[in-house]
Write a protein that binds this ligand. Structure first.
Ligand code: SD4
Length: 331
């Protein structure tokens, strides 16, 4: 009898919560997930997110952990030499060296990251090893490589013929001028909510093509390229890392969701902040691309980018795997 009364009370509370706007709930304290969450679900950046999502879904559909799903997912483009902006096959820096950035974050806020890592095909798995097997959260350059080798990762040549050819072509002018969307398919950022209702994320890239040696972008920086808060949601970024770092973009998106914003509205606000700071510095928006994707604890998702051309892949039980064009700022 007592438990029945309790059930009725809880149901009544849930019904009341479901009609209160998110913004008001957020003002009352922290983000309060209402309604039945849509889970599992996974989303990832760009067209190559489709194959990555399919690998992640194999984990999620079997009640696996979101952390395992995002690692398995982003390993797909990392291992594909035809994908020229992530892992093996990625375009080199201006000295002809392929240097990789990656990070991972789980539902307990465990984090691991590697930056400027050479010769290892799957930097995301090294980032996970940093998270699970060291007292630190980030290893860079030679230290990251030494650690990877000590963990049994193989040293390989990651520079494929096509990337080397492009680099030699680039050397003729050596003009460092990133052009929006030209790198096609860019960084993979992946965020997932598993059947247990837990969130995790992963982000991995070879960074800006022909960057200065040692340059690190947003992708391995927790808060910039990726952020997960298991109470609220997760977000990840692609595009010009310098701008994303300046606004701590992914953390900003998650904090905006905590305040009651929908995933798309939070991504839009983060892009608008970047726009403001680019303009404040008197720079042109034309050659810059930034894209955010976000997922909240209820399984609602969204994205927004600076200019047209950014898409992302979403996989859930209801609608399967699909590619969606993000709305954009520069119309
Ligand atoms: C970086 N955000 O290194 C990455 C690369 C990327 O579009 O996503 N390029 O800045």
């Amino acid at each position: 009898m007592k438990s029945r009364r309790k059930f009725i009370q809880l149901s009544a509370a849930a019904a009341v919560l479901s009609i209160i706007p998110d913004e008001l709930l957020a003002k009352a304290g922290t983000f309060i997930p209402k309604g039945k969450p849509k889970q599992p679900i996974v989303l990832s950046t760009w067209r190559f997110g489709m194959e990555a999502n399919a690998a992640a879904w194999e984990v999620l559909k079997n009640n696996g952990r979101a952390l395992d799903a995002v690692e398995a997912g982003v390993r797909v483009p990392e291992g594909d030499p035809k994908e020229r902006s992530v892992g093996y096959g990625g375009r080199p820096d201006r000295d002809g060296r392929v240097t990789l950035d990656a990070c991972i974050m789980d539902e307990f806020s465990n984090i691991g990251s590697v930056a400027c890592l050479e010769h290892i095909k799957h930097p995301i798995s090294v980032a996970r090893a940093v998270m699970e097997k060291t007292p630190h959260v980030m290893l860079v350059g030679d230290g990251a490589l030494q650690f990877a080798l000590s963990q049994g990762f193989q040293k390989e040549n990651l520079l494929v013929e096509e990337s080397e050819r492009e680099w030699k072509e680039w050397l003729k002018t050596s003009e460092y001028k990133p052009i929006a969307n030209i790198e096609n398919h860019d960084t993979i950022g992946m965020i997932a909510l598993d059947a247990q209702g837990n969130l995790s994320g992963a982000c991995t890239t070879s960074g800006m093509a022909f960057k200065m040696h040692g340059r690190v972008g947003d992708s391995p920086i927790i808060g910039a390229g990726l952020y997960v808060d298991n109470e609220v949601g997760a977000a990840t970024a692609t595009g010009h890392g310098e701008e994303v770092i300046r606004t701590v973009g992914s953390h900003l998106v998650v904090e905006l969701m905590r305040q009651g914003r929908s995933p798309e509205s939070a991504c839009k606000e983060a892009v608008e902040r970047i726009v403001k700071l680019v303009q404040r510095r008197g720079k042109s928006l034309k050659d810059i691309q930034i894209g955010f994707i976000a997922l909240n604890k209820r399984g609602e998702y969204g994205a927004y980018c600076l200019q047209s051309g950014f898409n992302y892949a979403v996989y859930d039980q209801e609608a399967g795997n699909r590619l969606i064009d993000a709305d954009y700022f520069l119309k």
